[in-house]
Design a protein around this ligand. Structure first.
Ligand SMILES: NC(=O)c1ccc[n+]([C@@H]2O[C@H](COP(=O)([O-])OP(=O)(O)OC[C@H]3O[C@@H](n4cnc5c(N)ncnc54)[C@H](OP(=O)(O)O)[C@@H]3O)[C@@H](O)[C@H]2O)c1
Length: 334
């Protein structure tokens, strides 16, 4: 089977650091071209990665008939616009998270997918990491009894005021950038949508983006997620799943380095200091590589998408509800 020919939309950092190398290391894809608003930057990036063609505009990339799929890592406010343009140009799309600035905007992707017959996937790489497949298996097998609550944090220091995360007009802010991960993870573990949401937001006085956002989601049958996300705190990420018969802890839940194995801690609660815990060790994998190879298989129609764009819109509805709650001070329904 021939490889899917990808086009890379911009010289985004996440593409350069993770996704371009992942496509190139994978089995299912090859990169045919890259575009930047700056032709020289596109050419330099193409040369660095051995990409055969480069373009000085995004339009030129979409007009390239040899490109079958687009990877869209533009700033958040451009996700919908360029994903829809790519679908309308007859390309499949892997689009970075969060899929849009709100769920209403994201609906345009459904219409574009349906009229183009092409596929569009939100790039939540975490759900392709075997550690989350294993956690879901343990939960479904009842290893910690009935799951009652997830606790999570995802924080890191991004102090550059010009970074897209700190620019309100570009869809900056902690909830869009990192708070989306605890949400997608809780929806994955519970296998359900939250019924209501409440949030507390601390905004950056100067720039206006949310710097620290904490949220509480109520899932069916009493399930809960409580999380904090932040852009100017020290690097930290964690998920703890609390059940009636124990807890599962995932120490590096979202961005485990591809060179390092991961651990899942399972504790039946026999000791208060955690010494009763068992540890499962998983081999190192590149979750971006798995994501891109699975996307390529989905683009070729070889597998059903487990998470269609409607799932991305459901995640977006939760983010919308949390931002609404921060304004209203009340519980909001996604
Ligand atoms: N899944 C993950 O692990 C992960 C990790 C990090 C980020 N992300 C997501 O990936 C996206 C990009 O994040 P990033 O940190 O890679 O951003 P970034 O380095 O700032 O890259 C964004 C790129 O978009 C292009 N662009 C077009 N219009 C722009 C504008 N008005 N302002 C700034 N850049 C503009 C620029 O490329 P040209 O100059 O070449 O046109 C720029 O390099 C975000 O949606 C983010 O949420 C995902």
């Amino acid at each position: 089977m021939s490889k899917v020919v990808w086009g890379i939309l911009s010289s985004a950092n996440i593409g350069i650091k993770r996704v371009i190398p992942a496509i190139q290391a994978g089995e299912r894809g090859v990169i045919g071209a890259i575009a930047s608003r700056d032709a020289a930057k596109a050419a330099a990036t193409a040369q660095r990665f051995g990409i055969p063609r480069s373009y000085g505009s995004y339009e030129a990339l979409l007009a390239d008939p040899d490109i079958e799929a687009i990877y869209n890592p533009l700033p958040n406010h451009l996700h919908v616009e360029w994903t829809v343009k790519a679908l309308d140009a007859g390309k499949h799309v892997l689009c970075e998270k969060p899929i849009a600035l709100d769920a209403a905007e994201a609906q345009a992707m459904v219409a574009a997918r349906d009229r183009s017959g092409k596929r569009v996937i939100e790039a939540f790489m975490v759900r392709h990491h075997p550690q989350w497949h294993r956690v879901r298996e343990l939960v479904r097998a009842g290893r910690i009894g009935t799951v009652c609550a997830l606790q999570s944090a995802f924080t890191f220091p991004m102090r550059d005021p010009n970074n897209v995360r700190n620019v309100p007009a570009y869809g900056g802010g902690a909830l869009y950038d990192v708070g989306c991960y605890p949400i997608v993870t809780a929806r994955y573990v519970f296998g359900a949508e939250p019924e209501r949401a409440i949030a507390l937001v601390n905004r950056d006085a100067a720039g206006g983006v949310d710097q620290v956002t904490s949220g509480l989601l109520a899932f069916p049958r009493g399930g809960q997620l409580v999380f904090s996300s932040a852009l100017k705190l020290a690097l930290y990420q964690r998920v703890v799943i609390l059940g009636t018969e124990g807890r599962i802890e995932v120490p590096v839940p979202f961005t485990p380095p591809k060179e390092q194995g991961t651990r899942i801690i399972i504790d039946s609660g026999g000791s208060v200091d955690g010494s009763s815990a068992a540890v499962e060790q998983l081999a190192p994998v590149d979750q971006y590589l798995l994501q891109c190879d699975l996307a390529a298989a989905a683009f070729r129609g070889e597998l059903e998408q487990e998470f269609p764009i409607e799932d991305a819109i459901a995640n977006m509805r939760v983010i919308d509800a949390l931002y609404r709650s921060a304004r209203s001070g009340r519980w909001e329904k996604p």
